[in-house]
Design a protein around this ligand. Structure first.
Ligand SMILES: *[C@@H]1O[C@H](CO)[C@@H](O)[C@H](O)[C@H]1NC(C)=O
Ligand SMILES: *[C@@H]1O[C@H](CO)[C@@H](O)[C@H](O)[C@H]1NC(C)=O
Ligand SMILES: *[C@@H]1O[C@H](CO)[C@@H](O)[C@H](O)[C@H]1NC(C)=O
Ligand SMILES: *[C@@H]1O[C@H](CO)[C@@H](O)[C@H](O)[C@H]1NC(C)=O
Ligand SMILES: *[C@@H]1O[C@H](CO)[C@@H](O)[C@H](O)[C@H]1NC(C)=O
Length: 495
């Protein structure tokens, strides 16, 4: 009998819950009938080693909401960074063409003329501007000329300061994690309690650390005050020029050429021709540059895979000998103790990801990072090739990178047993890459209002009330029917 009742009731209940689900979908969906038009923005991230183009999008009616902008598409420019075109400036502009042509397709045609387009250059161009301001200006004019030929709303090509680069990376990470402000489920804005996350970026030519802190800044150059969504933030930031991945590799090579006949950070069984020009033609290696050297000389260098010597070579890049403040990271740069959670992206992510995925080693504590870096440096070239068949190009440099990341995080920034586990090594939040580009666009388009405003509400409070009432009614009706059926089937069986 009970089985029969169930057979009748189950489909009925399913129908009712289906109906309720349908209502849930339909009620707040004035948006579905009228899909919100998207707006777009394009940022070219002209890094030292390469340029990436990011196309962002957001619903047109929500532009001041947090967490609304997402990555629509991206494109990697072929060839080197724009700073590598110092001797052929027009080449810098030409290199961007294929990605810009892709942007023409990625952004709907009717939106082209209202889509802002920015180019921001970072440490590679900061270095070029140091060594040759004229070359740096020609490269910027060349890219400007190319960018103005497209129908987008071009808003300029600039070199970001290290401080901007650090702060915009921090803004990007916290914006994507909705740490500034969050949209509550009944359509109100709430301020999340978890605080903000710090941001650590390891680029090709510089590295940045940025975090919110209550500590007093002893050096005003490291303090940035921000006003976002009506809230004030005091942020510590520093950018170390010449401490990006590629410049570190050059500086290590310069160190090896001075002291040793083989490279302790390269694996045993590996050797490579090193062009002296590539090592010394950078302001980051000028101190180690020999008085006179033939720029076109090539030196054959082989790896000795020695974790201890490699560690020593890397330590020489850090100067802990003097600190004019109460506390320093290194090179006499003020830094308060690291606090809170951190996101470490770009080459931090790639390096730790290699240790985890290819070396299959855990990296959850300072000890594990140290051990993993040593194990990687002790691996021969043949073994490395077996482990990572598709990654030949950068394979020999992972030991140096891992040793550097270890030294920078533990001795430099002073992460310890307690603070190291709060670093997340991550390159994306959702589908959006973490880097300075999004924060830069949000700032330049004024999409993060400084003041507290009556934020637009996504769904009317009223429609939620109606929805919840409907849901309750449906459930009550279902229960009443269940009760009736149960009674009638009982009386039937009594007869
Ligand atoms: C976003 O804020 C700017 C100024 O802060 C304002 O002009 C604009 O109308 C706002 N947009 C929306 C969709 O609220
Ligand atoms: C290049 O450096 C100089 C001196 O620091 C600075 O004034 C100038 O604005 C820089 N150029 C660009 C394009 O940022
Ligand atoms: C470290 O910095 C101090 C002070 O700036 C300087 O005197 C010293 O020579 C530096 N040491 C090295 C090894 O570069
Ligand atoms: C380094 O590698 C050798 C040979 O593969 C091995 O015997 C040794 O234990 C390794 N040392 C470390 C510290 O991993
Ligand atoms: C963003 O832009 C405003 C001006 O619109 C400026 O005052 C502010 O300092 C900028 N924020 C950052 C992080 O640079």
């Amino acid at each position: 009998m009970a089985g029969k009742v169930l057979a009748v009731l189950l489909p009925l209940l399913l129908c009712l819950s289906g109906l309720a689900g349908l209502l849930l979908l339909c009620i707040p969906t004035r948006d579905v009938r009228e899909p919100p038009a998207y707006k777009y923005g394009i940022v070219l991230d002209a890094g030292s080693s390469h340029t990436s183009m990011f196309v962002y999008k957001w619903p047109a009616d929500k532009e001041n909401d947090t967490g609304i902008v997402s990555q629509h598409s991206m494109c990697d420019v072929h060839g080197g960074g724009i700073s590598s075109y110092a001797e052929d400036p027009p080449g810098a502009g030409r290199s961007l063409v294929s990605c810009l042509n892709q942007a023409m397709k990625d952004v709907p045609k009717e939106r082209h003329s209202v889509t802002p387009l920015y180019l921001g250059a970072t440490a590679g161009m900061r270095l070029l501007n140091l060594t040759s301001p004229a070359a740096s200006d020609s490269v910027l004019s060349s890219v400007t000329e190319t960018l103005t030929q497209y129908p987008f709303d071009f808003r300029g090509a600039r070199i970001l300061s290290g401080q901007d680069e650090g702060v915009f990376g921090w803004v990007t990470a916290n914006y994507l994690l909705e740490n500034f402000i969050k949209y509550g489920w009944v359509g109100e804005w709430i301020r999340p309690r978890q605080g903000t996350v710090g941001a650590m970026d390891l680029g090709g030519a510089s590295t940045q650390i940025t975090f919110e802190t209550a500590s007093q800044a002893e050096d005003p150059a490291n303090e940035v005050k921000l006003q976002l969504y009506g809230q004030s933030y005091r942020v510590y930031t520093h950018s170390f020029l010449c401490y990006g991945r590629d410049q570190i590799l050059k500086r290590l090579l310069a160190g090896v050429l001075q002291k040793w006949s083989s490279h302790p950070c390269w694996p045993i069984g590996y050797s490579r021709q090193v062009l002296l020009k590539d090592v010394y033609m950078s302001p980051c290696t000028s101190a180690q540059r020999p008085q006179d050297y033939d720029v076109n000389t090539e030196v054959t260098l082989s790896g000795s895979g020695d974790p201890i010597l490699c560690q020593q070579l890397v330590s020489d890049l850090f100067n802990f000998s003097s600190c004019p403040f109460s506390q320093c990271s290194f090179n006499g740069i003020f830094q308060p103790p690291v606090v809170g959670n951190f996101i470490a992206f770009s080459a931090f992510y790639y390096t730790v990801d290699f240790l985890r995925k290819v070396m299959k080693l855990p990296v959850t504590s300072p000890g594990e990072l140290r051990i993993a870096a040593k194990a990687l440096c002790n691996e021969s070239w043949v073994k490395l090739l077996e482990r990572a068949p598709g990654q030949q190009a950068r394979l020999a440099d992972y030991c140096a990178c891992a040793t550097f990341v270890n030294q920078l995080l533990l001795q430099g920034y002073k992460f310890d047993e307690h603070t190291f586990p709060s670093i997340a090594f991550q390159k994306k939040a959702g589908d959006t890459s973490i880097g300075w580009a999004l924060g830069y666009m949000l700032n330049l388009t004024n999409m993060i209002p400084p003041d507290q405003r009556n934020f637009r509400k996504g769904t009317d409070y009223g429609s939620w009330v109606v929805l919840i009432l409907l849901f309750i009614v449906v459930i009550l009706v279902a229960l009443a029917m269940l009760f009736c059926f149960a009674r009638s089937s009982k009386s039937q069986s009594a007869i």
